[in-house]
Each structure stands twice: as C-alpha cells, then as structure tokens.
Design a protein around this ligand. Structure first.
Ligand SMILES: Nc1ncnc2c1ncn2[C@@H]1O[C@H](COP(=O)(O)OP(=O)(O)OP(=O)(O)O)[C@@H](O)[C@H]1O
Ligand SMILES: [Mg+2]
Length: 232
C-alpha cells in the first residue's frame, strides 16, 4: 500500500468530524472520494497532508508512519495537496505561482520543467499574466501544475472540477489520466460528479458522516449506492 489510514479520527475543537476513517490506496491508483456536502472529504485530505491534527488512528505513507509528521515534511515525502477552491495567489504571475510549488518537494528544479507545459500548454502562453486574471478552469490547471512542481508520488485533489465549464472538465480529466499513466503518480480525487468519477477513477470510496462506508472498483459503483449515499 502507498497510503493507509487506520481508524483516523479528527475533531474541530470539541466537535468530532472524522469518526475512524479506514482507507487503503495502492501505488498507481486513481481513487475518487465521494460523499454529500459536509461528510468530511476535505477534512480527510487535509489530515493526510497534515493540516488537520489526527486525534487517534494512524496514517502510513510509503511504509512510514506520518501521523505526527509536519506538513512541510509530508510534502517532501511526496504528498501534494491541491485544495478546494484552488488557492492561486491572484496578484502573482502564473510563473511565480508555479515557483511556489517548487519549494515544497524533495527535488528542486532550477527552472520549470518542460513536462509541465506538455501537460498544460495553456500555461506557457500566460506565464507573465496574474494568476487572478485566468479563468476558473485555467486557475485549476495552474493549481494542478503547481502541485506537480514538487515532484510528488501522490496528489490529493479536492473537487478539481467545481464550477468549471464542461469542455475544460474534459481536458482536466484527460490531463489527470496522463499524469497518472506517464508519471505513475497516484491520485485521490474528491468529486461530486459521479459520471466524472466513474470515467477518471478505477476505485471509489464513499464517505458518510465522517467515515468511509463503501469502497470498491468504480465498475461496481451501483446505482443503489449512488442513490443511498450520493443523491441529494
Ligand atoms: N474549520 C472548521 N471548523 C469547524 N468545523 C468545520 C471546519 N471545517 C469544516 N467543518 C465541519 O466539518 C464537517 C466536514 O467538513 P468538510 O469540509 O470536511 O466536508 P466536505 O465533505 O469536504 O464538504 P463539501 O462537499 O461541502 O466540500 C462539516 O460539518 C463542516 O461544517
Ligand atoms: Mg470539501
């Protein structure tokens, strides 16, 4: 297993939010994390990168117990987090936003590697533009590119298609598949759109009320499960 969570619990103050999450991700997987609003998907990703403190349970990454390892070290272990809402720095150029991602990882590039522009040709045309002037879809692509700059083993993507027009969603799906296939990077993608999740991922995990309640191959993600846990 590349990443294994065992009985992970997380609270905000006195309020428990994750009640013993179990999840196992294999090297090379594309896994989607599904669940209705507020079930704890973002909290789960944040605890894997170390932004939320784990009260009990364990997180093991690449055979190391990282449960208490600080966030900057987890990035060096090869974990990259692309937050919900993208968090591009609006007044910095595209180039400077990319450089921010560079400092996180183990290997330091001296310039932006060509492969970044092979995955995201659009960025090359906009290098000097302020990040905040890009469209939502372009900002999401920039956020993913920034996440790649740390040369990660795994990328945690929180709703990469939220609020993005369908043609760009398609492009992002293709690019994520290429990143997985060509670089062997494992992906965990939080997603609301079941169809997108089915097309992108081979595995699924469904959360409800702070726990993983179902998982398996996306080929076996039945309409019953969708109805029970995902329908609004
Ligand atoms: N900083 C915080 N302080 C207190 N409670 C929080 C905080 N962040 C999230 N919560 C609560 O924790 C629960 C889980 O939130 P989380 O953001 O992880 O859910 P989510 O599944 O990502 O939801 P969404 O689909 O809306 O993004 C929710 O009840 C939310 O209100
Ligand atoms: Mg969320």
């Amino acid at each position: 297993m590349l990443l294994e969570l065992t009985d992970v619990t997380v609270s905000y103050g006195q309020t428990p939010v994750l009640f013993g999450v179990n999840m196992a991700i294999e090297q090379g997987d594309i896994a989607c994390l599904l669940g209705r609003n507020g079930v704890g998907k973002t909290t789960l990703l944040r605890s894997v990168i170390g932004l939320n403190k784990v009260m009990s349970g364990n997180i093991v990454f690449d055979a190391d117990n990282i449960t208490k390892v600080p966030t900057f070290k987890r990035a060096r272990y090869g974990i990259s987090y692309i937050p919900q809402g993208r968090e591009i720095i609006p007044y910095l150029s595209v180039l400077d936003n990319l450089k921010l991602g560079m400092s996180a990882g183990q290997k330091k590039y001296r310039k932006i590697p060509d492969e970044i522009f092979e995955f995201f040709p659009m960025l090359k045309q906009h290098l000097t533009r302020q990040g905040g002037l890009l469209s939502g879809g372009q900002q999401q692509q920039l956020a993913i590119a920034r996440g790649l700059m740390s040369n990660p083993k795994i990328m945690l993507l929180d709703e990469p298609t939220e609020g993005i027009q369908p043609s760009i969603v398609q492009e992002i799906e293709e690019t994520l598949k290429r990143i997985n296939r060509e670089k062997g990077i494992t992906l965990i993608v939080v997603e609301q759109k079941v169809d997108f999740a089915r097309q992108l991922a081979q595995k699924f995990f469904i959360m409800e009320k702070g726990a993983v309640v179902a998982n398996g191959a996306t080929a076996d993600l039945s309409d019953d499960l969708v109805h029970q846990y995902l329908a609004i």
